[in-house]
Design a protein around this ligand. Structure first.
Ligand code: PLP
Length: 400
């Protein structure tokens, strides 16, 4: 039976990682993957995580199952971190939350929820978006469409075309927005633009789904929630998919959460029962360890302060490498204005390089970036940034 099955296409980004591993060149540089790296090219375990793990190991009393939606204490911390501890949304009890295996798990539970409860709802994604978004929603048989987001000419946000597209979307559909650090472009709306987007979304009768995978990587932990909080209006509904892979460095522990903000606490209780139903038939109940770490850190004043410091250090290294890349491109005399790189947020930068230039970077200079021209800025270090700028200068100078 299995012999007739055709191989699945390689994951575009993970496929490049495999090609990088096989590349024998000693000076190869990998700027493809979506993980934070320090100035030595390592993805470290945060100190706050190390301490929390020691405490948890000593206190461990059981490995029994968690409830279907996970630990309610963790859910409370997730809501407080995202919406703000004193926010009406948190205080009113009108949010249904589930601990999920990563942000991807949260997206998949949201997709299954939509398919089961609101069949026919279309999910609108930015063009471009994280390549796994269409995969997750298609796997759950939720129809997807795209809206304009990126303005190639200015390397900025295509606000007017985006608002116009929102105005044409059928009421009742769901619009997916990146809470901050848009992946892959690095372009986020300003607080003022977020207000305009929120206004347009609710005017049109759409439900926003915020994918919040990089809180703390743009401006700060609180500042980065400005987009999400622009949607928190009295009685308004929204879906939030949180991931703590990046900001706690807990990638392989698979820790995230789905929160659905409802009009009332009563509706939230019904919605919670339907969330639980889709989880039960999928993975039954979530893995415990990663969420226990996040919960432990957020509840302890000194661990939380340490975490905030460690997030600030990651953020500031990324900002520093953005500036270093712009400076190195200028020093190499590469033609063009690359200042947009310092205006982008988070780990990624849409470089504007063409597919052909990306291929040349890899083939001729052993510099690996994603085919869309997305660079993982967190893969840059003071040791490799000049070589990257030099290679970019050389491929830009060549005819296609
Ligand atoms: C925009 C976006 N959403 C969600 C995720 C999923 O994160 P997780 O590893 O927690 O599943 C990522 C990870 O790269 C991402 O970039």
């Amino acid at each position: 039976m299995f012999e007739a099955i055709q191989p699945a296409p390689r994951d575009a980004i993970l496929g490049l990682t495999a090609a990088f591993r096989e590349d024998p060149r000693g000076d190869k540089i990998n700027l493809t993957v979506g993980v934070y790296q320090d100035e030595h090219g390592k993805t470290p375990v945060l100190e706050c995580v190390r301490t929390a793990e020691q405490r948890l190991a000593e206190a461990a009393s059981s490995k029994s199952y968690l409830p279907i939606p996970g630990d309610p204490e963790y859910a409370k911390m997730v809501r407080q971190l995202a919406f703000g501890a004193d926010h009406e949304v948190v205080q009113s009890g009108r949010v249904a939350t589930a601990q999920t295996p990563g942000g991807t798990g949260a997206l998949r539970v949201a997709a299954d929820f939509l398919q089961a409860n609101l069949p026919g709802t279309t999910l609108w994604m930015s063009d471009p978006t994280w390549p796994n978004h269409p995969n997750v929603f298609s796997a759950a048989r939720v129809p997807t469409q795209t809206y304009p987001y990126f303005d190639r000419a200015s390397n900025g946000l295509a606000l007017e075309p985006m608002l116009e597209a929102i105005g044409q979307m059928p009421a009742g559909d769901v619009i997916l927005l990146h809470g901050c650090c848009h992946n892959p472009t690095g372009i986020d709306p300003t607080p003022d633009q977020w207000q305009q987007i929120a206004e347009a979304v609710y005017q049109r009768g759409l439900t926003p789904l915020l994918d919040f995978a990089y809180q703390g990587f743009a401006e700060g932990i609180q500042q980065d929630a400005a987009g999400l909080r622009a949607f928190c209006r009295p009685g308004a509904e929204l879906i939030l998919c949180s991931s703590f892979s990046k900001n706690f460095g807990l990638y392989r522990e698979r820790v995230g959460a789905l929160s659905m903000v409802c009009a009332t606490a009563e509706v939230a209780s019904t919605v919670q029962s339907q969330i639980n139903r889709v989880i039960r038939s999928n993975y039954s109940n979530p893995p415990a360890h990663g969420a226990a770490i996040v919960n432990c850190i957020l509840r302890d004043d000194s661990l939380r302060a340490l975490w905030e410091e460690e997030v600030a250090a990651m953020r500031s290294r990324i900002h520093g490498m953005r500036q270093a890349l712009v400076d190195a491109l200028a020093a190499q005399g590469v033609p063009g204005d690359y200042s947009f790189i310092t205006r982008q947020q988070g780990m990624f930068s849409f470089s504007g390089l063409t597919k052909e230039q990306v291929d040349k970077l890899r083939e001729q200079y052993a510099v690996y970036i994603v085919g869309s021209g997305r660079i993982n800025v967190a893969g840059l270090t003071p040791m490799n940034v000049e070589r990257v700028a030099e290679a970019i200068g050389k491929v830009i100078g060549q005819p296609d």
